[in-house]
Ligand binder design. Structure first.
Ligand code: NAP
Length: 644
């Protein structure tokens, strides 16, 4: 083990009291795992102290207080010895021991097939395995300019990987700054709902988050810092939008038309295009009669008008999915009155840490204790990923399809229902409004620490579950004729999720237009490449949104490794172009559809969901286990491609 491994921890120089104070704050199972690295002694996980259960966002393993105290006592001794010995790490644990450590903390036998993926995540050797080298000389690389569309998390990642590989690239970003969704969504209360110690780049330290689920300004700053640290800024054209991209067969290049801040258009030539435009990017406004007649300010959640002072005003919030769920509790204390129009009730997952700050001790541990941050990541990764997919499978034999999809899902429904009842059980009318009538987890499940229902119980907040008939100059009117007067309307009504790459005009080989090829059923092989679109790669493309769990940044890292492998294959042997063979793409699409139809999100009781297209079919969600997707995207199989 060398000291250069970024996950091995910075040297410890703190005095005993400071270390002891830090240990009061930390995750005890994670601490014990770190001690195994620090000492080379597996007995820390082979003794009497054993986590009872691993549940998402609970990081103490339900250990009794006396076990925690004993663990802290042992840890203090070990850390002091480590510090006094010059912080020299013993050799890393063997893969067998790592698997034992995983199983110990997961409280279940972690299958062998997960070990390589988790080992890669752990980076015990300090090697970033998702970084791909391009095996070609500088001249060949120079002759392969790439255009990346978008500079959110995936576009920035693409830039970092291309820079590492020595490939010239330009990132075209329509916003004036970096961050994509975390640039645009600045509405009050906006925060991530995948734990930040997993929702971050695997190759960047994660010891700086001030909250476990950061708010938008901190996330945007993170991407800005990463951009600067990796020297990506000079490659980005901000305030510039891609209008169209047209494939030119004779030169095997893409002509990418961009419109700059002043409106002037320019054509960039690229050997490959990487689309990193995101999925939830183009706001969707509802089509309600009279919207244009409203005389007060009205705006979409993703286009929050910060010049509007909502304090003391009557606000109508139309839509209460993930965005609305965060907005209402945040603005409720300040407004005169808030009326929330919610078409479909939402299931929510109890998470007491949702608004919690990361304590100083945890930050110290993340920074100094060997592999503490990696194991902490695993603690979020494991219970929040493939296990949840198992629970999403519809059991056709299950007899209570009216309320759940399986015995397991019925149990989840019970837990979620109890959580809701524990908060509003004393208010029958509100309870009836907030209990969903479709299977648990059937739409995006929201993280909740009680703030949503607390807000709805306020005297100045009303929840309306009735349809909206029209909007008048100063009110929203429901189908029963009830008028709700408002000074401001917030549309938290979601995004045009099924229109991938909209509104860009992408023209592939033989004049095929991508929007027409997609129609209402967008598909891409592994969510990345499409027939007829040579050297065109999608990050977060069709069928790759994660509904069961996991972090989209992890997914993007898988996708970008695959794309880098394709770029390497093209440059290395001087190939002109590659696109997936139609039969390979068709087989994948059929498999994707067959799989997704068996999962909870397809359940017929779910009438409104951005996961579904107009026909009720799902083309935006991944039905795959992360371990499978990770395996499939490790490197491209060139036999899947038509290569010129
Ligand atoms: P959303 O979940 O699609 O919610 C849109 C809301 O507007 C829903 O309540 C929807 O009702 C309602 N609505 C849409 N059209 C309507 C109409 N014509 N009339 C009445 N109501 C209408 O959109 P979102 O809240 O912006 O979230 C979208 C996705 O972004 C999330 O699922 C999540 O993936 C992501 N997101 C994540 C976070 C986070 O990480 N914390 C935060 C925000 C968003 P129905 O439910 O009946 O369709």
């Amino acid at each position: 083990m060398t000291a250069t491994n970024p996950h091995a921890g910075l040297p410890i120089t703190d005095d005993d009291a400071a270390i002891a104070a830090a240990l009061e704050d930390v995750s005890i199972p994670t601490l014990l795992l770190s001690l195994v690295h620090m000492t080379g002694d597996p007995s820390y996980i082979r003794g009497a102290i054993r986590p009872r259960m691993l549940v998402l966002n609970e990081v103490q393993g339900f250990l009794p207080e006396e076990d925690k105290a004993e663990a802290r006592r042992m840890a203090l001794e070990a850390i002091k010895a480590f510090r006094d010995g010059g912080c020299v790490l013993p050799p890393p644990p063997s893969p067998e021991l790592v698997r034992e450590m995983m199983s110990w903390v997961a409280c279940e036998d972690v299958p062998e097939e997960y070990v390589p993926m988790i080992l890669e995540e752990m980076e015990l050797d300090g090697v970033d395995a998702r970084r791909v080298e391009v095996h070609a000389d500088a001249a060949a690389r120079e002759a392969f300019p790439v255009v990346v569309i978008g500079c959110g998390q995936s576009g920035l990642l693409a830039g970092i990987r291309l820079k590492e590989a020595g490939i010239p690239f330009t990132i075209v970003e329509k916003n004036p700054g970096v961050g994509g969704t975390w640039w645009e969504n600045s509405y009050p209360g906006c925060r991530v709902d995948v734990g930040n110690h997993f929702y971050c780049y695997s190759f960047e330290p994660s010891d700086h988050w001030s909250e476990f689920f950061s708010q938008q300004p901190e996330l945007q700053r993170y991407f800005e810092d990463v951009m600067k640290r990796h020297g990506i800024e000079p490659h980005i054209r901000f305030g510039t939008e891609v209008v169209q991209a047209v494939w030119d067969e004779p030169s095997a290049t893409w002509a990418v038309t961009v419109r700059g801040p002043g409106g002037a258009e320019e054509v960039l030539t690229a050997r490959a295009v990487i689309s990193a435009v995101g999925l939830l990017n183009r706001p969707k406004l509802p089509d309600i009669p009279g919207m244009a007649d409203f005389e007060g300010p009205a705006f979409h959640s993703a286009q929050w008008d910060h010049s509007v002072d909502y304090a003391g005003k009557r606000v109508a919030q139309i839509g209460a999915g993930a965005s609305g769920f965060q907005i209402a509790p945040t603005i409720a204390p300040d407004v005169a009155h808030l009326t929330v129009f919610q078409r479909t009730a939402q299931w929510m997952f109890p998470n007491t840490n949702y608004h919690a700050r990361v304590g100083d001790g945890v930050r110290w541990a993340l920074r100094h204790l060997p592999f503490y941050g990696r194991w902490y990541r695993f603690l979020i990764f494991w219970p929040g990923s493939d296990g949840a997919l198992m629970s999403a499978r519809i059991d056709p034999e299950w007899e209570h399809q009216d309320r759940s999809i399986s015995a397991r899902n019925d149990f989840t429904r019970q837990i979620f229902t109890d959580w809701i009842k524990s908060q509003v059980g004393d208010d029958e009318e509100l309870l009836a409004k907030v209990l969903p009538d479709y299977p648990a987890t059937g739409k995006r499940t929201l993280q909740d620490n009680g703030s949503w229902l607390r807000a709805l119980k306020r005297d100045n907040v009303d929840l309306v579950r009735e349809g909206i008939d029209r909007i008048e100059k100063d009110a929203v009117v429901t189908v029963s004729g009830e008028r709700y007067e408002a000074d401001v309307i917030v549309y938290a009504t979601g995004f045009q999720a099924n229109r991938y790459l909209y509104p860009m005009h992408i023209v592939g080989r033989g004049g095929v237009v991508l929007a027409e090829q997609f129609g209402d059923e967008p598909a891409a092989y592994l969510g990345i490449t499409m027939p007829n679109f040579p050297n065109f790669f999608c990050l977060y493309g069709p069928g790759t949104n994660l509904a069961h769990g996991g972090s989209l940044i992890f997914h993007s890292e898988c996708q970008m490794r695959y794309v880098s492998g394709c770029v390497d294959a093209l440059i290395r042997d001087g190939r002109r172009s590659m696109e997936p063979r139609p039969e390979v793409a068709a087989e994948y699409r059929a498999r994707h559809q067959a799989e997704i139809k068996q999962l909870v999100w397809s359940h017929e009781s779910i009438k409104h969901s951005w996961f579904k297209n107009a026909d009720g079919d799902i083309h935006v969600i991944s039905p795959w286990r992360l371990v499978d997707y990770w395996e499939w995207t490790k490197r491209p199989d060139l036999a899947d491609f038509a290569i010129d």
